[in-house]
Design a binder for this molecule. Structure first.
Ligand code: ADQ
Length: 495
């Protein structure tokens, strides 16, 4: 539970969440009618439980550009199913989507922050529009909030919002959480606008990172780019003093709603479905991969490792099936189209090479699946292969364990996922670039005895149970309170 005293809630102070995307998807039917559906994804998964408990205002882009349609009005009439959340739309033009979202956010910052700088595009036009859209978000905050409101900005799309807020109203305070990793100095320095972005980040009052390494990287970058910076990183919350202000930087590993995932996995519907999934692949262990289609998730490397395992360990043939579920993502970006073609090609090669009558080595779904179906796959799977090349946290690893109520699954986890910091003792850690190493680990997991599997999974589940999403939110909110600029953090509850 969030440690917020219901009785002390002040009516003036609200929680204002700000993220690139609102937690909805907007679609237009053939007849021209608009439909709003709640959407999936890491950020929504993480924040929906908090917003269920609070009466929040969420500011963001609804994910569609609609000339001649009042999206704000459309959203005002919409009741979000996960709780009483008011959604405020920041509308974007096609040009803004292209340069701010696809361009600067997803083709510059995303690859750079995932250590993949060779994939980066550095386009001055993208940078100009990125700044303008961050200004637009700041204006939307000013228009929809009071000076006392608690403003919590999320993720790499909105690195400049505090700077833009201060340009309009120097008295505004905002805190920030970065869901992606933060790169080392060598990589961050490649960014032509490194100085402006660092200065803007130092205008937040609190910055939260997923891991200690991300925070250290940030502090090193800040020190190398800012004259007269003083940092005391010995405290749990590092104190950073710039020549003009003071801020804090902390480590807050994000998590999931453990209880919700384990409850769902134990429902009759999910149990029935998971039995059916196993019966559909008779005599085979299920290895599961669940990812957004993204090059940072290491899907191609994982497929190569699976192929390598089938080549070298013949006793795995007809005994294991890799079920790979991929949610389409950023499909308008060329790099992502190339990745899809590569993944499709690898899967058909592996199936062509090894399939036998009654056995298909890789079962592949390229679509979003609903929560209950996902829980059934998590529950049915004998092992999960979570092998990103780099990941801020990776919620799939935690969702798999929370749903593994029988405690007999094995988690194979990339050492480069933020989740590895907390799960390293009981997951089987791998280097996702090491194809043979991952293949060996698949074989080891296949042969692992029941007692060891149970012991590891029980410990993993206990750790996530203790450090769930409410723990994350309450730690972040308490840290924000500690910044002194705001004497109390009070959040309104639904009556
Ligand atoms: P993402 O990069 O989106 O999140 P991740 O943490 O793995 O990555 O979350 C993905 C979410 O999408 C999970 O909740 C998963 O259940 C869901 N999902 C994936 N495939 C799906 C499918 N086919 N159908 C339905 N749902 C699917 C970013 C960062 C991460 C960080 C999170 C939260 O990149 O490192 O963990 O934010 O901070």
């Amino acid at each position: 539970m969030m440690k917020v005293d219901r009785n002390s809630a002040k009516s003036t102070q609200r929680l204002i969440l700000v993220s690139n995307r609102l937690p909805v998807a907007l679609d237009r039917s053939d007849s021209g009618e608009w439909h709003i559906t709640p959407s999936s994804g890491g950020l929504v998964t993480a924040l929906a439980p908090i917003l269920r408990k609070t009466r929040g205002l969420w500011i963001g882009w609804p994910g569609a550009t609609a000339e001649g349609v009042d999206l704000e009005q459309l959203l005002a009439a919409y009741r979000y199913p996960l709780g009483s959340i008011t959604l405020k739309a920041v509308t974007l033009t096609q040009d803004e989507v292209q340069h701010y979202y696809s361009g600067f956010s997803n083709e510059t910052i995303w690859p750079l922050f995932h250590d993949l700088h060779s994939r980066c595009k550095f386009d001055p036009e993208d940078w100009l529009v990125y700044q303008a859209v961050n200004r637009k978000f700041a204006q939307a905050i000013i228009d929809n909030s009071d000076v006392d409101d608690y403003i919590w900005v999320h993720d790499y799309h909105l690195l400049l919002v505090a700077r833009e807020l201060h340009a309009i109203d120097p008295g505004r305070r905002a805190v920030f959480f970065l869901h992606t990793p933060f790169p080392s100095v060598d990589i961050y320095d490649k960014l032509p606008w490194r100085q402006q972005i660092m200065r803007a980040l130092l205008e937040y009052d609190l910055i939260g990172f997923q891991t200690l390494r991300d925070r250290s990287n940030f502090i090193h970058c800040a020190e190398s780019l800012t004259k007269g910076l003083y940092v005391n990183a010995r405290k749990r919350l590092a104190v950073i003093q710039t020549p003009s202000r003071e801020l804090r930087a902390g480590v807050f590993p994000i998590s999931i709603d453990f209880r919700e995932f384990s409850r769902l996995a134990a429902t009759k519907e999910v149990v029935r479905r998971s039995i059916q999934l196993r019966e559909d692949i008779p005599g085979c262990r299920i290895i599961l991969g669940v990812d957004r289609m993204d090059y940072s998730k290491g899907i191609s490397q994982r497929l190569k490792a699976f192929r390598n395992a089938l080549e070298r360990f013949e006793d795995l043939r007809c005994k294991v099936t890799l079920v790979q579920i991929i949610i389409p993502s950023r499909a308008h970006i060329l790099e992502y189209q190339k990745l899809k073609a590569e993944v499709d090609g690898l899967i058909s090669e592996i199936n062509g090479q090894f399939a036998e009558s009654g056995w298909v080595p890789v079962q592949y779904m390229f679509r979003s699946v609903d929560r209950a179906e996902l829980a059934a796959y998590y529950r049915a799977a004998d092992m999960a292969l979570v092998t990103p090349l780099k990941d801020g946290m990776n919620l799939v690893a935690k969702e798999y364990c929370a749903s593994n109520v029988d405690e007999n699954g094995v988690l194979i986890l990339s050492e480069f996922a933020g989740a590895a910091v907390q799960m390293r003792r009981n997951a089987m850690l791998v280097n996702p670039y090491d194809i043979e190493g991952v293949a060996n680990t698949i074989y080891k997991a296949y042969n692992m005895g029941g007692a060891e599997r149970k012991d590891r999974m029980r410990r993993l589940r206990n750790s996530i149970r203790r450090h769930g999403i409410s723990w994350w939110a309450s730690r972040f909110l308490q840290a924000a309170n500690y910044t002194k600029q705001q004497s109390t953090i009070e959040v309104q509850f639904p009556q």
